[in-house]
Design a protein. Structure first.
Length: 90
């Protein structure tokens, strides 16, 4: 059975990159703003929750450099006008 879990993304004040332990079958489904914070929503098949892998994500603002060894996850347009782009290192 699949479930969606929500994880907070720290905004890049001091930390631009963060690690999140996720099951190998986890799929990031959405990135968005909720109450002034950035989150990712991850779908997990709970029937196959065996191996956990630490995955590395990073967040950048528009006009900033990105790591070429990364996959685009999504863009968040904040209510305060800032725009963040979330990537996962591969």
């Amino acid at each position: 059975m699949n479930k969606i879990y929500k994880y907070n993304i720290p905004l890049p004040t001091l930390v631009r990159e963060w690690r999140l332990p996720l099951y190998n079958n986890s799929i990031v489904r959405h990135v968005g703003e909720q109450n002034g914070q950035v989150y990712i929503w991850v779908e997990i098949d709970e029937d196959f929750m065996f191996d956990i892998k630490e995955r590395t994500f990073f967040i950048v603002g528009t006009g900033h450099y990105i790591d070429n060894n990364s996959d685009f996850i999504g863009t968040v347009q904040m209510k305060n006008g800032l725009v963040w782009h979330v990537y996962e290192k591969i």
